[in-house]
Design a protein around this ligand. Structure first.
Ligand code: LAN
Length: 652
């Protein structure tokens, strides 16, 4: 690597130092543990559920939760949807309520400030829909102020495009227990504290509120996805139906929904697919049978979602991100050409992949609307068990890379299962979605009831997932030519066409699960290159030109989380090591050499610390356009990866 003249503090061997740091932070199970926090509606929901289901939160945990929420309160008194976002009514009211439930008095200056922010702006009556729902469960809002979530929808014919089984699994699995709780209009026991809070979050007395008028009220801060005409009409009909619903039909629907809840519990060992359905399932079982084994098991696994970090105790966006992080850590280490240095680490990481591949489909998968699973990899671990297209692809890539360096490689048969799983997931548009095939039409998005999230209704194809699947199948084909060869060739061709089609006129790809265009473009470029598209192809030269235009004066690249919501590149104040690495990896893969790359590498070397790590920086993960999420391990992985690729490039 050329020496960087303006980097007096740069380490002499930055790659070794970064590898050393990565190894030092590896867990004995072979994976990397880390903080997967960021969204600010999760911890308050946890506290609300604990309050309702009378789950005791130990005093030391309470103190750390309070510290977390205080730490992330904005100077003007509100809370953002995520730790770097602008205030939302949803999260401001919920964090306020959670602090009160944890014992902070109403006259605490921080809480006074919070009320001063949210009350003049409409308070709880103007919160995004999920906030109103959680408040309803607590008895701090009236169910009449919600647009209905009738469980009867599950009894519609499955052939209808609006049948809930067609929704994106995260949306489906959140609304499933919500529909059960809504169907029963369950509420927490009204305590004197809850009664006090009722007087604090509204500007008028609780029993004089016009609940029906509040149904569609949303503060502009929370309104990212406005209510379409279609959802307005549907809500009108549902609001007419609700007071007249048939008891018998509701009963049947409740039973059906409860059965589905049971499937999900057993299939995930009570972890559940995500944080919100985990909390709501806990509540459902509390109301079904508070002495039953389901509630007990749910409570045991609640802490899987908690994470103690420097800023306090938080609830994470998933049970963990270990599998995903491990696949990237392995690829970064393998890129380095220091394989002997990394051998022990790699072999432990490989064990984690081996231990956490999903080996079987869930039982009765048709009954619970699950896709096949055999051979897939999940985002976190095998007990969670929901495999994901790109996690499977990255798992396959990492397994293939490690194959020759480990004693007991996973082997052809299980890797072929992974390929079969990937092939089974390809959509008609040639792309790959996240957990399942796209099951419903795009117009279902017009029924998005969440206010503050976008693209939640169906599982769309994504450039990230598509690129990862293309890369993985090409790597598999290289190693095992002849195995599924024809299927892979056809599938990759359609995948490439999808990637080309998704490129924007400016040469970029829009990322959906990372911030934002640097992430998407990294995937776009790598997918095309893996499929053999030459550097001279206009799609690649346009991508290179796009990235070059966004390099910052310090040599780095940096995008703010706002890029995703605004759907345009929004610079951070200075370069960010993770986004710089994504950009560099894309540029180098597309054959770019020269000054742009050297300045990028110079940025990484200059900002590396003596222990081989990089200092904390802006949040880099994302979901549903508006919610940023923190990937703790990215900073250990991607700069190492970019430096390693730069180091091993052929010298021209
Ligand atoms: C995740 C985490 C992993 C992520 C990747 C694998 C990185 C991505 O490439 C595909 C999408 C996926 C699986 C993903 C989707 C949305 C999730 C599940 C999350 C960001 C973690 C939390 C988020 C979930 C939706 C949070 C709950 C909120 C809702 C709006 C339902």
């Amino acid at each position: 690597m050329p020496r960087d003249a303006d980097a007096p503090r740069a380490l002499t061997d930055p790659i070794s130092a970064a590898l050393g740091y990565l190894e030092k932070t590896q867990h004995t199970d072979g994976s990397w543990h880390g903080d997967y926090g960021g969204p600010q509606f999760l911890l308050p929901a946890y506290v609300a559920v604990a309050e309702t289901a009378k789950i005791e939160i130990p005093a030391d945990q309470r103190a750390e939760m309070i510290r977390y929420m205080r730490h992330h309160q904005a100077a003007d008194g509100g809370w953002g949807l995520h730790v770097e976002g602008d205030n939302h009514m949803f999260t401001s009211v919920l964090n306020y309520v959670a602090l009160r439930l944890l014992g902070v008095p109403a006259d605490d200056p921080a809480l006074k400030k919070a009320r001063d922010w949210f009350l003049p702006r409409g308070g709880a009556l103007a919160s995004a829909a999920w906030g109103k729902f959680i408040l309803s469960v607590l008895g701090l809002y009236d169910y009449r102020g919600l647009n209905p979530i009738p469980p009867e929808l599950w009894l519609l014919p499955e052939s209808l495009p609006v049948h809930p089984s067609r929704l994106w699994c995260h949306c489906r699995m959140v609304y499933l227990p919500m529909s059960w709780l809504y169907g029963r209009k369950v509420t927490a026991e009204l305590t004197p504290l809850l009664e006090e809070i009722r007087t604090e979050i509204y500007t008028e007395p609780f029993d004089r509120i016009d609940w029906a008028a509040a149904r569609n009220r949303v503060a502009p801060h929370d309104a990212y996805t406005p209510h379409s005409r279609v959802i307005q009409s549907v809500n009108k009909v549902l609001n007419e139906y609700e007071p007249r619903h048939s008891r018998a039909l509701r009963g049947r629907a409740q039973n059906f929904v409860l059965e589905q809840i049971g499937y999900e519990d057993r299939n995930t060992d009570y972890i559940c697919i995500g944080p919100i359905n985990k909390l709501y399932h806990t509540l459902v079982w509390y109301f079904v049978d508070r002495d039953g084994p389901e509630l007990a098991r749910h409570i045991e696994r609640l802490s899987d979602y908690l994470y103690q970090a420097e800023d306090g105790l938080k609830m994470q966006g998933y049970n963990n991100s270990r599998l995903w992080d491990t696949t990237f850590a392995m690829q970064a280490a393998m890129a380095s050409n220091r394989h002997s240095e990394a051998e022990a680490m790699l072999s432990r990481a490989h064990t984690y992949l081996d231990d956490n591949q999903v080996l079987e489909d869930v039982p009765d998968k048709e009954k619970c609307y699950r896709h096949r699973s055999k051979g897939g990899w999940p985002f976190s671990d095998r007990p969670h068990g929901w495999p994901i297209s790109d996690c499977t692809a990255e798992g396959l890539k990492a397994s293939l890379l490690a194959e020759k360096r480990v004693e007991r490689p996973i082997g052809q048969s299980r890797l072929t299962d992974a390929v079969d799983q990937i092939l089974s997931w390809q959509n008609e548009d040639g792309g790959w979605a996240t957990y399942e095939l796209t099951r419903g039409p795009k117009w279902l998005e017009l029924l998005n009831p969440s206010d503050c999230f976008a693209d939640i209704m169906i599982d769309y194809s994504y450039v990230e997932c598509t690129s990862a699947c293309v890369q993985a199948m090409m790597a598999f084909n290289k190693r095992y030519p002849g195995v599924r060869e024809r299927e892979i060739r056809e599938s990759v061709q359609r995948g490439v066409d999808y990637i080309l089609e998704m490129q924007r006129a400016d040469g970029s790809w829009e990322g959906s699960w990372g911030v934002c265009f640097s992430y998407g473009t990294w995937f776009g470029v790598l997918g095309l290159k893996a499929a053999g598209i030459p550097n001279e192809h206009p799609a690649l030269s346009k991508a290179v030109a796009f990235l070059k235009r966004h390099q910052m004066p310090d040599g780095g690249w940096g995008e703010h989380a706002r890029s995703c919501a605004e759907r345009r590149w929004v610079d951070t104040e200075k370069g960010q090591a993770v986004m710089t690495s994504w950009s560099l990896l894309a540029l180098m893969e597309a054959g770019e050499t020269g000054e742009v790359v050297e300045r990028g590498i110079g940025f990484l070397r200059r900002t590396q610390r003596q222990d081989g790590s990089w200092p904390a920086e802006h949040i880099a993960g994302m979901f549903n356009k508006t919610s940023a999420i923190h990937y703790d391990n990215y900073l250990k992985i991607f700069p190492l990866w970019a430096l390693s690729v730069a180091d091993t490039r052929p010298v021209d």
